[in-house]
Design a protein around this ligand. Structure first.
Ligand SMILES: Nc1ncnc2c1ncn2[C@@H]1O[C@H](COP(=O)(O)OP(=O)(O)O)[C@@H](O)[C@H]1O
Ligand SMILES: [Mg+2]
Length: 207
């Protein structure tokens, strides 16, 4: 089983959106997935409640139970565990990063968001795990934004993932319905970039 932690110490960056879209992308490729929701707000677990169907498996618990949950996921046959986390929760985020093979840090591309990435970068450094910033909710045709973001993130010793996620209504609509973008609009742009992001993640996990 491979484990990916999705974290950022800032709220609303797209942790839950990214976690769930990647979880369903993996299921669609035939992988058994466990989503472990460490956020007391339990948004991933709430999404599962509104979802028709058994998969992916989603469990919400405090981070003190993380290692037991990961062990149970592995014994239950999960090939991939995705850990969704809360903002402003250094201990839980650190525990998630330590348990992970790879850390993804969703970040909106604005300068304030990029500046706020420092605390998350420190946590990841402490855990000593490979980490990638996933630019989220990007405006269309944002070549300059992308270049600025790469520079801003490099200051913290982080790398930007080669696939960025754009601002698209499909992400919000889908989650409201207990779906993800690939299910809500299979031929849409959001579905396409989600598939690309997943393929990239798998290539990183294989390294
Ligand atoms: N790429 C995107 N395009 C449009 N809306 C998005 C996108 N990513 C996230 N959102 C919206 O932003 C809000 C916060 O996202 P969420 O995943 O809940 O963030 P977090 O879990 O980091 O707090 C939600 O309303 C979500 O639908
Ligand atoms: Mg969330």
């Amino acid at each position: 089983m491979r484990t990916v932690a999705i974290l950022s110490q800032k709220g609303g960056t797209g942790k839950t959106t990214l976690t769930l879209n990647l979880a369903v992308a993996a299921e669609r490729k035939g992988k058994s997935v466990a989503v472990i929701d460490l956020d007391p707000q339990a948004s991933s677990a709430g999404w599962k409640d509104s979802r028709a169907g058994e998969s992916p498996y989603v469990i919400a618990l405090p981070y003190s139970r993380l290692s037991q949950a990961l062990q149970a996921a592995q014994e239950g046959g999960a090939a991939l565990a995705l850990i969704d986390t809360a903002p402003h929760s250094e201990s839980a985020s650190l525990a998630a990063a330590k348990a992970a093979d790879v850390v993804l840090i969703p970040c909106r591309a604005g300068i304030l968001d990029l500046r706020a990435i420092g605390t998350t970068a420190e946590l990841v450094k402490l855990a000593g795990k490979p980490a990638y910033v996933v630019l989220n909710a990007m405006p269309p045709r944002a070549t300059q934004v992308l270049a600025d973001a790469r520079e801003a993130v490099a200051v913290h010793g982080l790398t930007v993932a080669p696939v960025a996620i754009q601002q698209r209504a499909a992400y919000g609509h889908a989650l409201t319905l207990g779906q993800t973008a690939q299910e809500y609009e299979p031929a849409g742009k959001a579905a396409e970039e989600t598939a690309q992001l997943y393929d990239w993640l798998i290539s990183v996990l294989k390294d």
